[in-house]
Design a protein around this ligand. Structure first.
Ligand SMILES: CC(C)(COP(=O)(O)OP(=O)(O)OC[C@H]1O[C@@H](n2cnc3c(N)ncnc32)[C@H](O)[C@@H]1OP(=O)(O)O)[C@@H](O)C(=O)NCCC(=O)NCCS
Length: 166
């Protein structure tokens, strides 16, 4: 039911088809998993079709090896009017040793859209606990930083006479 489930976790094995030229999991594959988990969580929360609008603070901290058990944990941490912000942790477990590492973290922002592809309101999420309030503040801070980056990019492209994103 929309507005009830705020978390999704995918678990699967890193496959030989996920490999990059160095023999580890391709960064693009990790981004695809993040996008899929964000999509699943966003559609579940909003009950509507959703698109990705931004990915904030992504960093590949540790490589994921073929055969690792991958977990992609996605949790809603902030809602705006039409946007949903999800904290995503991608972990990798060596099944033989049980060693678990956090491979990647980011915040992905999804927007619910109507039949015309226009943003449409989502059920609000109200943080109650102190931890949840801190997560919502973290999402707002990242959004502000992202806007500053967008402003820098616009200034640079303007100075370099490059076309601006519409
Ligand atoms: C996402 C899209 C529908 C938004 O349309 P738009 O006319 O720019 O809409 P708005 O400017 O009103 O922004 C919609 C929401 O996104 C949020 N948003 C926009 N840019 C953002 C950013 N960089 N970081 C965080 N949130 C952002 C806005 O704050 C707004 O949220 P709110 O309603 O909760 O306040 C449109 O940009 C689009 O279709 N983009 C392409 C999406 C896509 O193809 N994704 C990849 C494949 S799924």
């Amino acid at each position: 039911m929309p507005g009830t489930d705020r978390e999704v976790t995918f678990r699967f094995l890193a496959q030989p088809t996920d490999v990059n030229f160095g023999g580890k999991v391709h960064g693009g594959m990790v981004m695809k998993w993040i996008d899929q988990a964000g999509y699943a969580c966003a559609v579940g929360w909003s009950g509507k079709y959703c698109v990705t609008v931004a990915v904030c603070g992504i960093r590949f901290v540790h490589p994921i090896l073929i055969g690792d058990l991958v977990s992609v944990h996605c949790q809603l941490i902030y809602t705006g009017n039409t946007s949903m912000h999800f904290s995503v942790d991608v972990g990798a477990r060596n099944l033989a040793t049980g060693a678990e590492t956090l491979a990647t973290h980011c915040v992905i922002v999804m927007v619910a859209t109507d039949e015309a592809g226009k943003p449409t309101p989502v059920p609000p999420w109200e943080p109650q606990s102190e931890d949840d309030k801190a997560l919502a503040a973290y999402a707002r801070k990242l959004m502000e930083l992202d806007r500053n980056i967008a402003g820098e990019i616009a200034r640079y492209r303007d100075a370099a006479h490059l076309p601006q994103p519409a």
